[in-house]
Structures are given as C-alpha cells and as structure tokens.
Design a protein around this ligand. Structure first.
Ligand code: FPP
Length: 250
C-alpha cells in the first residue's frame, strides 16, 4: 500500500513501501516519555500532555498496523507511577477508560487484538472489567497485537510469574526451560521484543519488558511523545533494518 507521510522537520513525503519487509521488527515496544515536559513547554498542565500523548498513540498504532508490524507494546502506566500526584494518576486511569470507550469499535474493525499487561488488580473493578471486555471482544482478531502495559513493572511481572510457577503443581522444576517459564509471563504468546523506542531523550529501560527485551535493539529520540512523528517511527524501523544483530554470536 502506498502511504505518503508528511511529518517531522523535513516535511518531505516518505513512502512506507520502500521499507524492507524482510527486515521489519516483529515486535516494537515504546516508552512514551515526555508528556509532562511537552505540556510544560506549552504552558499547559501535565494532564494535557497525556491527552496529547493518546493522539500520538493512535497515529503510531495505525502506522505500525499499515507497515505490517506484528506486535506493538506501549508503556502507559508503570508500577512506580502511583507516586505521582493523585490528580495525575486519576487522569491517566480515566484516559484508559475513555480510550477504550471511544476507540474500541474502530480498532476491532481493523482486526486489532488488544491486550493489557501488568498487575490489573491495582485498578478499580470497573476498569478491570473494561479491560477484560476489550480483550474478550478482540481475542480472535488476526491483526496487530496491541499491548498496553498498565500498572506494569518488569520485575513485578517476573516475580508474579515465579509465584504462579511455584503454585503450578504440574510444573517440572528440574527440566524447566526459558520457553516453559515464558508461559507464566503476562506477554505469553507475543513475539520477543525486537526494538525498543524511547522518546524525550532518556536512554533507560525503566523496568520495561526486562525479560522480553533481552536482545532488543534500542532507539531513542529527543522528541517528546506528543510530537513524535510517523517519520521518526519509520526512521527507527529503517535503522533497525540496518543493524547487525548477533544475539551473542559473532
Ligand atoms: C511519560 O511521560 C508518560 C506516561 C507516564 C504516561 C503515558 C501515557 C499515555 C501517553 C497515555 C496512554 C493512554 C492510553 C489510553 C494507553 P511523563 O509524564 O513522565 O513525562 P515527563 O518525563 O516529561 O514528565
């Protein structure tokens, strides 16, 4: 499909058909950072940054789907984000509900398969139900796997997996493989993360997908998430395609 994209600083159209489909990352994970700084720079409240961030997310999900990426995972709320002011936490949680209410039908029509990872028992029963209903509705869709990490921490996920394993009386601990252990992780069934993108200049993993991103390539930009463009996403994909991945070999 020919899709011309205008965006970023160069304002020239770019064509997604010239992306080498053989070298696409199967799974892209995004740390959507910089909403607060973006809002401050605009003289707005931090919450306005998160609302603007949702718009970027919609654009990037659509593009990732158009390009043919198999899985996109975004870090929406970490286990550490509860430390933020209550108004900001409440706003973020209400954004999740609003997003599901407004976007579900279109995503479903596009065959998106939504999934939430993280400890959802930390959320209200209402939000937990909304998440479960969205997953149930889309569970048989064959399009992009769109995972939202909410109340997510990589260490927390691994610890919860270890607890599930300890309670699994069928598990044979002595012969347990990495592939067996993955069955207890929230992301079970998703391809390994190939590419982690982080916006807004930081170069940290911040407890995101610690197990899954073990061999991921890292790409970052100084652009804050609300300004992150389709052009930059494609730049990241093309740079990924040009990297030499050795997975510990030579
Ligand atoms: C980091 O920016 C961003 C977050 C903690 C939240 C990201 C959430 C969204 C983009 C909304 C997602 C919504 C849905 C529906 C999935 P920051 O606030 O830490 O920015 P700062 O580092 O500039 O303060």
């Amino acid at each position: 499909m020919l899709r011309k994209i205008f965006g970023g600083s160069k304002k020239q159209p770019i064509d997604i058909d010239d992306i080498d489909k053989e070298k696409l990352p199967r799974h892209v994970a995004v740390i959507m950072d910089g909403n607060g700084r973006w809002a401050k720079g605009q003289g707005l409240l931090r919450t306005a940054g998160h609302a603007a961030g949702v718009k970027t997310l919609k654009r990037i999900l659509r593009l990732a789907d158009d390009i043919g990426i198999e899985a996109l995972t975004v870090y929406a709320f970490s286990t550490e984000n509860w430390k933020r002011p209550k108004e900001e936490v409440d706003f973020l949680l209400s954004l999740f509900s609003e997003y599901l209410a407004k976007e579900l039908a279109e995503m479903h029509e596009k065959k998106v398969r939504i999934k939430f990872i993280g400890d959802r028992t930390g959320f209200s029963e209402k939000l937990q139900n909304e998440m479960a209903n969205a997953e149930e509705l889309m569970k048989n869709n064959g399009g992009i796997l769109f995972t939202i990490a909410a109340n997510y921490g990589g260490r927390d996920e691994i610890l919860r997996a270890a607890k599930l394993l300890a309670k699994d009386t069928d598990a044979n601990i002595d012969s347990l493989t990495e592939a067996d252990f993955e069955k207890y992780l929230d992301t079970f069934g998703a391809p390994p993360v190939d590419l982690v993108i982080r916006t807004s200049g930081e170069m940290r993993l911040s407890n995101f997908l610690l197990w899954q991103a073990a061999y991921a390539e890292f790409w970052y930009t100084n652009t804050p998430w609300p300004d992150f463009s389709e052009r930059e996403f494609i730049e990241a994909i093309k740079e990924f395609a040009a990297r030499n991945r050795r997975f510990g070999g030579v």
